[in-house]
Write a protein that binds this ligand. Structure first.
Ligand SMILES: [Zn+2]
Length: 471
């Protein structure tokens, strides 16, 4: 009898201590477990990638895929709205670059976005290093096609496409071929030729590492290389839209959760960004099921046109400039969670550190970092001073290796990673939208400028023409 009472007391005390230690809201249990029990997002994006395929902004495929997404959301009792706008789009045509000297061979080429058709022409090839003005000035480039060597991950180091074209125009070259000297494997990745989504004034093509090195060998041996170029890709006005699902909160201040739904046209747009689209699909579905009413309003957005200059996100920010957006959370090729990134909004660090402590069954070994970067849909929000945070995600090499290439196909998407991300992301969103200890604060313009300078992003944004604040 005595032992029984004592046991009960111990059970009570232990129960109290456990409760005192883990004060996680009940909703967490539902959000985390359900992320592994249902993965509608995986199924929906699998269907879209396999049955429709890639989704270039303004293409018929994009429209069809968006209609499927809308219908699937409806099946899960979520009503979405298309926010339409007109903009300059781009259509890939049947482009050809054929070597006619010293031998006859058709090269593997990928036109950069916004390259525009022109009559067929032939010209000699000349090497102009990495395309800086200095390199182009010292090569004899007039009326020639430039061979430019890029380097680094996805060829991102050195001058960008816009700078190369500008320099090439200045010295009256006729066209540009770029290859990435760091990436063998006969890949020629798609990318935009203009971050401002304007017509590119000179043909510029990505070619493969192997053919780039071959052309370079011929030129360095003093051989004359003659190429014939046919440019059939073209720019045209398109109507397109972002797709939006809103959960009104107790207040109008709004948290936006976004992923780009558009993709390049070469593969299936699976990892980039069927994956992110699937993640926010499941986050929305979880919210509808477990916490549809939050303190703050939450809006999920599947953006158009990210690949061709963040067009959809830029438009969204413009169309919603009267809204009180207090946070933006982005999912673009997001792998399984290993931490959080507060993207320069340092004052959110303690909040995310606590979140990592509480999510102790996940291996968030990267902790909280503050490493802002550009080049995805969070940028226009960040430039407005809207706090943006990301999950630091990890993908296996095979998943990101085929970025922007024909092999970005659904087989690369991991269902397990997706579920893990949805679990952590749903909890994070629940807290961002409800935690009363979290004091949201947007930065004013001078603070945004300071932050971007602190993290050396000013120069980069100036180079892409995306720096909105004078010198
Ligand atoms: Zn992407």
């Amino acid at each position: 009898m005595k032992t029984k009472i004592l046991t009960s007391v111990i059970v009570l005390i232990v129960g109290f201590v456990i409760n005192a230690v883990s004060q996680t809201p009940e909703a967490w249990n539902s959000l985390i477990s359900n992320a592994f029990l249902e993965s509608r997002g995986y199924e929906v994006m699998n269907k879209i990638c396999d049955e429709i395929g890639p989704r270039l902004m303004g293409s018929a495929n994009y429209e069809r895929a968006q209609n499927v997404l809308e219908a699937e959301l409806k099946k899960d009792k979520m009503n979405s709205t298309k926010e339409h706008f007109a903009t300059l789009g781009w259509v890939r045509g049947n482009d050809e670059v054929i070597m006619t000297q010293p031998t006859y061979r058709k090269l593997r080429v990928t036109a950069l976005g916004f390259v525009h058709q022109q009559p067929q022409f032939s010209a000699q090839l000349v090497f102009a290093e990495n395309g800086t003005e200095e390199a182009i000035a010292k090569a004899d480039v007039k009326d020639k096609i430039l061979l430019i060597e890029k380097n680094g991950m996805f060829g991102r180091s050195g001058p960008n496409a816009m700078e190369i074209v500008k320099n090439a125009m200045k010295y009256n070259a006729k066209a540009v071929l770029t290859y990435n000297a760091s990436q063998p494997g006969f890949t020629a990745i798609a990318k935009t030729g203009s971050f401002a989504s304007d017509t590119v004034k000179m043909p510029i093509f990505e070619i493969t590492y192997e053919e780039g090195l071959w052309l370079y060998r011929l030129l360095s041996q003093g051989k004359t290389v003659e190429l014939q170029m046919t440019v059939n890709s073209y720019c045209k006005q398109v109507n397109t839209s972002n797709l939006v699902v809103t959960f009104p909160g107790k207040v109008k201040e709004k948290i936006v959760v976004g992923a780009h739904f558009d993709s390049w046209d070469l593969g299936q747009g699976a990892v980039d960004n069927g994956l992110g689209s699937a993640i926010i699909y499941d986050m929305a579905k979880q919210m509808r099921k477990f916490n549809p009413k939050n303190h703050y309003t939450v809006e999920f957005v599947w953006f158009t046109g990210e690949e061709v200059g963040l067009v959809g996100a830029k438009k969204y920010v413009e169309m919603h400039k009267e809204d009180k957006i207090i946070a933006y959370i982005n999912f673009d090729m997001t792998g399984y969670p290993i931490g959080f990134n507060v993207m320069g909004f340092e004052y959110y660090r303690p909040f995310f550190e606590k979140l990592i402590t509480d999510l102790n069954g996940f291996e968030m070994k990267d902790g909280v970092k503050s490493q802002p970067w550009t080049g995805s849909d969070h940028l226009p929000f960040m430039l407005m001073g809207i706090p943006t945070f990301h999950i630091s995600g990890k993908l296996d090499e095979i998943m990101y290796k085929y970025y922007h290439e024909a092999a970005d196909t659904w087989d690369k998407v991991s269902r397990k990673y997706l579920s893990e991300t949805v679990a952590v992301a749903s909890v994070m969103l629940y807290e961002v939208a409800n935690n009363k200890d979290l004091k949201h604060r947007n930065l004013i313009e001078s603070e945004v400028i300071d932050m971007l300078q602190k993290y050396n992003l000013k120069e980069q944004l100036q180079k892409t023409g995306e720096w909105p604040f004078g010198n």
